[in-house]
Design a protein around this ligand. Structure first.
Ligand SMILES: O=C(O)CCC(=O)C(=O)O
Ligand SMILES: [Fe+2]
Length: 301
């Protein structure tokens, strides 16, 4: 049904997001290279795209995801209902409501490139999801703050999943390998510390940046209907679920394996932790010191 030329694309906000109709995604599960290329182009242009009224089965959802790369299962969280490990499932009745702003699994060295969500069950009202445009969040910072951020990196961990020992350091400003746009790549859910600043400087500046990305001007808010498929680019967006609903809400997600997170510039600075005698304040640097020790051990192996 419909070739890319017949699809209707309706932008949903000034910052990002578009809804696509006149397409049956079952036609893109196999073959149809032109259709997949058109979806990729729409994703680069709009950063998050929505396909309402779809009927993809679990297997078709996975097969569709594989058209975009290798699928990864979730490293920590267990599915409540579905056995298929290529699917990641969240059910509100099991606490699965992602109501903190985040980019998916940034505690990994190569965080996922893109995620493909199927809305399985949603309340008649509430439970909308929001996305924010991290390119805009970066470009609208003042020049001095942009310059500072470009030289910084940040420690991310899987503390929200009970695994603070799973850590990765990423540049605070990453360059999108396809658009070359710069994105402000820190999020309140997984980012713990700005590596080149002191612990107290980091707290203040990281709080500022993770609040800044939520500016409503950078966002789109989507109201769901069952069956809708959403695809978002994790290299330049964050998302957040409104926890304002009653009853069940279930999503299934397919996650495409990540690429190397490329920095905008080479940092001129080193990681900063307090030197000298251990003291009460040493605890503020403990996690970063642990990460740095592990990195050193890994590089000397
Ligand atoms: O439930 C949603 O709308 C999004 C959940 C989420 O954060 C995800 O699937 O990555
Ligand atoms: Fe997510």
């Amino acid at each position: 049904m419909g070739t890319p030329g017949d699809w209707t694309v309706e932008r949903l906000a000034g910052a990002l997001g578009a809804e696509i109709s006149g397409i049956n995604l079952q036609d893109l599960v196999a073959g149809n290279e032109a259709g997949i290329a058109a979806v990729k182009a729409l994703l680069l242009e709009h950063k998050v795209i929505f396909f309402p009224a779809q009927t993809l089965s679990v297997d078709e959802h996975v097969a569709f995801g594989k058209r975009f790369g290798t699928i990864e299962s979730h490293p920590h969280l267990k599915n409540p209902f579905t056995d298929n490990s290529e699917i990641f499932e969240l059910a509100a009745s099991r606490g699965g409501v992602a109501d903190e702003w985040h980019t998916d699994i940034t505690f990994q060295k190569n965080p996922s490139i893109l995620s493909i969500l199927k809305m399985v069950k949603c309340p008649s009202v509430g439970g909308d999801t929001m996305w924010t445009n991290l390119n805009q969040a970066f470009t609208e910072l003042s020049p001095p703050l942009r310059a500072l951020c470009e030289g910084l990196s940040a420690l991310h961990d899987a503390h929200p999943h009970g695994h603070p020992e799973k850590m990765a350091v990423h540049p605070v400003v990453r360059v999108h390998p396809e658009t070359q746009e710069k994105a402000l790549f820190v999020n309140e859910h997984f980012t713990r510390r700005l590596v080149e600043l002191s612990a107290s400087e980091s707290r203040t500046i990281l709080d500022y940046l993770t609040e800044w990305v939520k500016n409503p001007r950078f966002t789109v808010r989507y109201r769901w209907t069952p069956g809708t498929i959403a695809i978002w680019d994790n290299r330049c967006t964050q998302h957040f679920v409104l926890n304002d609903f009653e009853g069940e809400r279930i999503i299934q997600r397919v996650t495409v394996v990540g690429d190397v997170v490329e920095a905008a510039v080479q940092s001129p600075w080193q990681p900063w932790t307090r030197q000298g005698r251990a003291s009460a304040a040493t605890r503020l640097d403990r996690q970063l010191n642990q990460y740095l020790r592990e990195r050193e051990t890994a590089s000397s192996d």
